[in-house]
Design a protein around this ligand. Structure first.
Ligand code: LLP
Length: 388
C-alpha cells in the first residue's frame, strides 16, 4: 500500500522507474530466515529473480547463499560479497568458459543437468587439478500446476537428468576422479501457490535419495530448488507463508542425520518489494476500447507480454476517487510498437488523465532483470525507499 507521502514524492521523479521498498524486503528476508532456522535449512537466493546490487547486499547480509545460472551471476554474487562456499551454479547449458570461471572461484556446488556436462566438468577440473563438488539435477516428473511456460520438472522439459538415465549417471560419477558427488537437486517450476505440489516433490526426492544410497552413494545435500509463489492479486498481503512451506519439507522429506536440506528461493523473497512506477502519457477513448498509454512498456516489465502474467495496476494519483466514482475499463498499454505491449485488458480504474502516476505492483522478481533495450529504450532506473 502506498502512503500519500510516497505518491507526492513520485510526482517529482522522472518516470518510469522501479521503486524498491527496502524495509519490506528486509522484513521478508527476516521472516524467511526465522522460519527456516528451527529446521537448520540452507537458503540460497536465486539471483535470476533480481540481481540489483542494493537488493543483493540486503540478501547477503542476512546470511543466505546464492543460486546462480551464469558465470555473470556467479561473478556478481562474489563481487557483492556472498561467501563462495555458499554459491551453487545451475543451468542446462554452462559453457566451458563459465565452468572454468566457477572452478577458479571454488564455489560450493555445480548443479549438473546432463551426463555430458558431468564428463566436461570432470575434464576441466582435471586440467586445473581441482575437485568440483556436484549435485545431480534430477527431473522428477512432478507437475507444479503453474503456468506452462514456467514449469520445469516434467518429462517434456529440457531441465535435469531423467530417471531412466540415472544408472549411466551413477557410472559416470564413479568414473570421474575430479568430481565429488554431494547430493541431488530438483526444481519443478516457479510461482507455485498450491503447496501440496511440494508434498509430491518430497515423495520423489525420498525415492531418488534411496536409489542413490542403495548404490552406495552418501548424500550430504538434498536441494529442493525454489518456486514458492506470491499473491499477485493482493500485493498488500506481502509476505509469503514461509512457515507452512518449510513445515512441509520437514514433515515429508526423509532427512538422514548429517544431511542438509537446501532451497533456492527467488520470487518469494523479492517479488513484493518493488513496483514499476510509470506515468500516463495519453488517454485514448475509442468506440470499442479506452486506452491508458503509459511511459513504461514490455521493455521495462516483460512478464505480462511474455506469460500473460497478471500484475495489479493502480492509479496512484486517483486512489481517493476509487470508491466515489464509477470505474472505467481501460486497456493499460505501453509505448512499444507491439500489440502484446499491454499490462492488462479491460482493467477497472477511476477516470484517468495525462500525467497520472500508475504503479504496477509485485514487480520485484523477474522485472528489472528482464528489461530489454528493444526500440532502443533508455535503461530503466531504480529508486529506493530510503532515498526519498
Ligand atoms: N532454482 C532454479 C534451478 C530455477 O530455475 C529457478 C527459477 C529458481 C531456483 C527460482 O525460482 P523462484 O523461487 O523464483 O520461483 N521469468 C519467470 C520465472 C522463471 C523462473 C526460472 N527459474 C517469471 O517471470 O515468472
Amino acid at each position: 500500500m502506498f502512503a500519500d507521502k510516497d505518491i507526492s514524492k513520485f510526482n517529482n521523479i522522472e518516470t518510469p522507474f522501479y521503486y524498491y521498498d527496502t524495509d519490506l524486503l528486509q522484513k521478508t528476508l527476516h521472516t524467511c530466515a526465522d522460519a527456516a532456522a528451527p529446521y537448520q535449512f540452507h537458503i540460497h537466493y536465486a539471483l535470476k529473480a533480481n540481481f540489483n546490487p542494493v537488493l543483493l547486499n540486503q540478501v547477503k547480509e542476512i546470511g543466505f547463499g546464492a543460486d546462480c545460472v551464469s558465470a555473470g551471476e556467479v561473478r556478481r554474487a562474489v563481487e557483492v560479497g556472498f561467501d563462495n562456499k555458499k554459491i551453487v551454479f545451475a543451468g542446462v547449458g554452462k559453457s566451458d568458459k563459465e565452468i572454468n570461471e566457477a572452478l577458479d572461484l571454488d564455489i560450493f556446488c555445480f548443479n549438473v543437468e546432463s551426463i555430458q556436462e558431468l564428463e566436461v566438468l570432470n575434464e576441466l577440473a582435471v586440467k586445473k587439478g581441482k575437485t568440483a563438488q556436484v549435485a545431480i539435477r534430477i527431473n522428477p516428473n512432478v507437475d507444479a500446476h503453474t503456468h506452462h511456460n514456467i514449469t520445469t520438472g516434467l518429462d517434456e522439459n529440457k531441465f535435469g537428468i531423467n530417471s531412466w538415465d540415472l544408472p549411466e549417471c551413477a557410472d559416470t560419477l564413479k568414473a570421474s576422479p575430479n568430481l565429488k558427488f554431494i547430493g541431488i537437486h530438483f526444481h519443478i517450476g516457479s510461482q507455485i501457490t498450491n503447496l501440496d505440489v511440494y508434498k509430491n516433490l518430497c515423495v520423489r526426492v525420498n525415492e531418488f535419495a534411496a536409489w542413490f544410497e542403495d548404490k552406495g552413494f552418501k548424500l550430504q545435500v538434498l536441494n529442493v530448488g525454489g518456486g514458492l509463489g506470491i499473491d499477485y492479486y493482493n500485493p498488500d498481503h506481502q509476505i509469503p507463508d514461509f512457515g507452512s512451506y518449510f513445515k512441509i519439507f520437514n514433515e515429508f522429506l526423509t532427512i538422514k542425520p548429517g544431511q542438509e536440506v537446501h532451497f533456492e528461493l527467488g520470487r518469494a523473497l523479492v517479488g513484493q518489494s518493488a513496483s514499476l512506477i510509470t506515468r500516463v502519457l495519453y488517454i485514448k477513448n475509442g468506440k470499442k476500447k479506452n486506452f491508458v498509454v503509459l511511459d513504461a512498456g514490455m521493455t521495462e516489465l516483460m512478464r505480462p507480454a511474455l506469460y500473460q502474467a497478471y500484475h495489479k495496476i493502480e492509479n496512484l494519483s486517483r486512489i481517493s476517487n476509487l470508491r466515489s466514482q464509477t470505474p472505467i475499463k481501460y486497456d493499460i498499454v505501453g509505448p512499444i510498437c507491439e500489440s502484446t505491449d499491454c499490462f492488462g485488458k479491460e482493467v477497472e480504474q477511476p477516470e484517468s488523465f495525462r500525467g497520472d502516476i500508475f504503479a504496477i505492483r509485485s514487480a520485484g522478481a523477474y522485472g528489472e532483470v528482464m528489461a530489454s533495450k528493444y526500440n532502443l529504450r533508455d535503461a530503466i532506473r531504480s529508486v529506493y525507499s530510503y532515498e526519498i
